[in-house]
Ligand binder design. Structure first.
Ligand code: THU
Length: 160
């Protein structure tokens, strides 16, 4: 038996205004898109903006359903659309923001496990890390250089 230690490193920005200009721009798209969320059940709106290597920005927001599991997170709405519309483009960066109507969302909101798995698929497919920035409605912004940092011991195509 041996013990294995897996470490991840993240950058934490004090707030939106500390982000580099291009990331502020991408995050602003995510913030605007967040307002298009259809979240009548959770009252939790999420916005995602994806920058592709063809310079296009693809956005998505969470879309809920009275049959709860039929809804979809913002990240997957955006990344599946990017894959559908620009199948050969590489995903460079993702900006994520979430805002609850029930409480102040001032801590960074990371993508859920299912979205990590979905983003991981594209990161592996394109063989290039995806930078991920996530925040609440206000407050600190976390940057991960790669999805892999957020999903240790992930399941991927190599097992199939
Ligand atoms: N949600 C996202 O859009 N992304 C996540 O990573 C976490 C959760 C959405 C799904 C649902 O509409 C609401 O937030 C509450 O879970």
């Amino acid at each position: 038996m041996k013990e294995v230690k897996i470490e991840s490193t993240f950058k934490v920005y004090e707030g939106f205004s500390e982000l580099p200009d291009d990331i502020q721009h991408l995050m602003q798209s995510a913030i605007e898109t967040r307002e298009n969320a259809y979240a009548p059940y959770s009252k939790f709106k999420v916005g995602a903006a994806i920058l592709l290597d063809n310079n296009e920005v693809v956005v998505g927001s969470n879309q809920e359903n009275a049959s709860y599991p039929s809804g979809l997170c913002a990240e997957r709405t955006a990344i599946y659309y990017a894959g559908a519309k620009y199948p050969t483009a590489k995903i460079l960066k993702m900006a994520l923001t979430a805002s609850s109507q029930n409480q102040i969302t001032d801590s960074p909101i990371p993508p859920c496990g299912a979205c990590r798995q979905a983003i991981s698929e594209y990161e592996i497919k394109q063989d290039k890390p995806i930078e991920i920035y996530f925040m609440g409605a206000t407050g600190k912004v976390v940057k991960s250089n790669s999805l892999a940092n957020l999903l240790p011991l992930g399941f991927d195509r190599s097992f199939l």
